[in-house]
Ligand binder design. Structure first.
Ligand code: HEM
Length: 205
């Protein structure tokens, strides 16, 4: 983690930028703030601590990404592959194996989203919403996050149902349509995630 220049922070209500780790340089209209791998960090203490531990260390794919983002990219590609294998198993009517493969994929996907992506969104992006939606990668990350959230909610719901863990009143009919929709959402979220990785960590936008 470094101490570096970030774009100017919006003025605080009292006009004083004295939050932890943040010093407003009035003359230059820039802000000295904590950055992790070149990205400005939200300046609240919990974000700084999360950034210090989770997003430390250079990645291994030769981009600007931190180690955890490279791991996350590979795990998300793995879950996309598992979802596709699971889909083909259903087409071949191997339903028991289909249920197991999709359950593993949903659990793995949900863990990565919860640990890496929600944290990254909260500390790097959320502080700029809605003001910076049209700047840098804020907009595409937010579209990705909303699509990803819809995928996770539907995926977890279907997985609970498929494993007999839903109460009677929450069970679903027409499961084929919902499972197809869920697969499409997961694939779209993955595609947008890969695009996001390229935009942020290859082009540095
Ligand atoms: C099905 C669900 C999702 C899939 C398949 C998915 C996929 C991906 C992939 C492949 C990446 C690039 C690897 C990386 O940088 O970590 C990524 C990045 C990211 N995603 Fe998701 N994502 C999903 C859900 C979400 C949700 C729900 C959020 C926010 C609440 C979110 C926020 C982000 C953020 C902020 C990044 C950049 C992470 C970083 O700093 O490394 N994603 N996503």
């Amino acid at each position: 983690m470094f101490f570096a220049r970030c774009p100017p922070a919006p003025p605080s209500p009292d006009g004083i930028h004295d939050q932890i780790g943040l010093v407003q340089l009035e003359a230059q209209k820039t802000t000295l703030a904590f950055t992790v791998q070149g990205r400005c960090l939200s300046n609240d203490p919990s974000s700084i601590i999360a950034g210090m531990f989770l997003f430390q260390g250079q990645g291994f794919l030769g981009t600007r990404a931190p180690f955890i983002s490279d791991v996350s990219l590979l795990l998300m590609l793995l879950t996309a592959a598992l979802f596709t294998v699971g889909w083909r198993l259903a087409v071949r009517q191997r339903y028991e194996l289909h249920r197991r493969v999709q359950t593993i994929a949903v659990v793995l996907n949900t863990i990565v989203v919860g640990v890496v992506m929600v944290t990254s969104y909260v500390i790097f992006i959320l502080p700029g919403i809605p003001d910076k939606l049209d700047e840098g990668s804020y907009g595409i990350t937010t579209i990705h996050a909303l699509l990803g959230l819809a995928s996770v909610v539907l995926g977890v719901y279907l997985t609970l149902g498929g494993n007999g863990l839903l109460p009677q009143r929450l069970r679903y009919a027409n499961y084929k349509l919902w499972m197809r929709t869920s697969y499409l959402l997961y694939m779209l979220a993955t595609l947008l995630g890969v695009l996001l990785y390229v935009i942020v960590f290859v082009y540095g936008i």
